[in-house]
Design a protein around this ligand. Structure first.
Ligand code: GTP
Ligand code: MG
Length: 335
């Protein structure tokens, strides 16, 4: 039986069934047709994988004594950072990726402190931007410092930038020409993929944990691209009074129901259109969506999973209308 795996996403290669995962025209090829198309034409084919498989992979990682990099997207910090941590007892570095998407005015130190307050043990919390090659040298030094064997695993939620990060490390510090497949859409990597930096260091890319409550799983491809920030976010601040409202595209409506004059600052992609309604009373826009009410305290963020967050300065009673499958929650302000 063929035992050749795709170098881009890790799937087992096969040349028999075009409709099935891992198809390639010839087993001589190094990557599957899906990766080839993503890489060369930006075409994407959705695959649905069960989280059971991913959990199994994480369990396998947890059975080793190897160093683990847990990569997360700063704009979309998981509600529960401790979840992956609790599944894997290994030495672990928390890598806060996509630094470039957040405004420069926020210091790295502040972001690190925020995570340290959670009191989840990591060897270190490191802020990087893969696309801007920011702090990657430092990360690489710390990986070499903490590694316990040749193998270093890279885990995290889907779309956090795991494959991109490994590609950057390979590009910077290795002669290896292998390239992992990356894309703006979720579930790009399908299986574990080993990739050698040198004889002393091998990275193992893993598929991301799928967060079914992320907005990325409930909008079309065009909207996914709009939602993913390509540039530094320019925070947009709106001074709202009671009975006024914000509407983001046709995705979400936020009604300010009760409170003093207040400041709402949106940390979402610059490409998303935001509209303010000056009087909500007779306006029914998006009110057919699922409604959730929050009592927000002083200096908290309303997080919309996959989209970003809204910093609200003073206490407020708000109603939000959004797809029932998308998770929202309130946390202490990141910024
Ligand atoms: N702005 C910004 N985008 C990034 C950065 N790193 C990765 N991305 C983007 O994030 C998206 C996902 O990147 P991938 O490397 O495919 O993410 P992944 O974690 O491997 O995803 P899965 O394989 O689906 O689990 C792509 O659109 C990348 O261009 C970064 O530092 N900044
Ligand atoms: Mg990947």
């Amino acid at each position: 039986m063929n035992e050749k795996y795709c170098e881009g996403c890790g799937v087992l290669l096969q040349d028999e069934n075009v409709l099935q995962e891992g198809y390639t025209t010839s087993l001589e090829n190094k990557i599957c047709q899906r990766c080839f198309r993503m890489k060369h034409y930006g075409e994407y084919q959705t695959v649905t994988k069960s989280n059971e498989e991913y959990l199994q992979i994480l369990k396998t990682v947890g059975e080793t004594k190897d160093l683990v990099l847990y990569v997360t997207d700063l704009l979309n910090l998981e509600k529960n950072i401790g979840e992956i941590r609790s599944l894997i007892p290994n030495k672990m570095i928390l890598v806060l990726n996509k630094r470039d998407a957040l405004p420069k005015s926020i210091s790295d130190e502040k972001l690190i402190q925020y995570l340290e307050k959670e009191e989840i043990h990591f060897e270190e919390v490191i802020v990087v931007s893969t696309v801007k090659n920011y702090n990657i040298d430092y990360l690489f030094r710390r990986i070499k410092f903490y590694q316990t064997s040749k193998n270093v695993y890279v885990v995290g939620h889907t779309n956090a930038g795991k494959s991109s990060l490994i590609n950057k490390l390979i590009e910077n510090y290795s002669d290896n020409t292998q390239e992992l497949t990356m894309s703006a859409l979720p579930s790009t990597t399908l299986n574990m993929v080993r990739i050698d930096i040198n004889e002393h260091l091998t990275f193992i890319d893993t598929p991301g944990l799928v967060d079914t409550s992320s907005i990325l799983n409930h909008v079309d491809e065009e909207m996914i691209k709009k939602i993913s920030p390509k540039k530094e976010i320019k925070p947009r601040t709106y001074q709202l009074r009671k009975n006024q409202s914000l509407i983001i595209e046709d995705l979400i409506r936020i009604d300010y129901v009760e409170g003093e004059k207040n400041s709402f600052t949106l940390f979402i992609s610059n490409d998303l259109k935001v509209k303010r309604l000056l009087n909500i009373i007779n306006n029914e826009q998006l009110r057919d969506k699922n409604k959730i009410t929050y009592q927000v305290k002083y200096n908290e963020d309303l997080v919309i999973n996959g989209l970003g967050f809204i910093k609200i300065v003073d206490k407020a009673l708000i109603d939000i209308y959004i797809d029932k499958n998308v998770d929202t929650f309130v946390r202490k302000s990141l910024i």
